[in-house]
Design a protein around this ligand. Structure first.
Ligand code: DHK
Length: 150
């Protein structure tokens, strides 16, 4: 969490997203998570907000991170990755946040993929969802978060 007086937009990433660029490129593309972070850092600097960019492979750590943002982040963008489809704990942590925009993102269009990916535990407590645009999903989500802050 950056020490700052600027509004903080947190971008949270779940399991295996550290492997972006290497992992199943036909689905997730060639762009790395580091590159996505750079793109969002640029947008954050241009817009006068602080970026808190985070990735974990652990469900418990993701829950703790969401809890730590209570009262601190102005908006949250989250790609819970596989935990999207499995985690009541992540859903409950989001539901326990103050009334801030929460945007669920996915690189792939989860509705065009296997049936088990069609259900998201997070969508029911998120402000909205953006999926299917590859790394652009994150940029669109960031723009949406910025607009919602204004
Ligand atoms: C990423 C994952 O790792 C999958 O488990 C999800 C999501 C989809 C994505 O498209 O960003 O099903």
């Amino acid at each position: 969490m950056p020490k700052t007086s600027k509004p903080v937009i947190a971008v949270l990433n779940g399991p295996n997203l550290n492997l972006l660029g290497e992992r199943q490129r036909s689905i997730y593309g060639k762009v790395t998570l580091g590159e996505i972070r750079k793109r969002l850092e640029k947008k954050a600097t241009q817009s006068g907000v602080a970026l808190d960019f985070y990735q974990t492979n652990s469900e418990g750590e993701l829950v703790s991170k969401i809890q730590s943002l209570r009262g601190k982040a102005s908006a949250i963008i989250i790609n819970p990755a596989a935990y999207t489809h499995t985690s009541v704990a992540v859903r409950d942590a989001i539901a326990a946040l103050d009334k801030i925009p929460v945007i669920e993102v996915h690189l792939s269009n989860i509705y065009r993929r296997e049936d088990f990916r069609h259900h998201s535990y997070v969508s029911g407590v998120a402000t909205g969802q953006i999926c299917g645009f590859g790394p652009l999903s994150y940029e669109l989500a960031f723009d949406a978060a910025l607009k919602m802050l204004k």
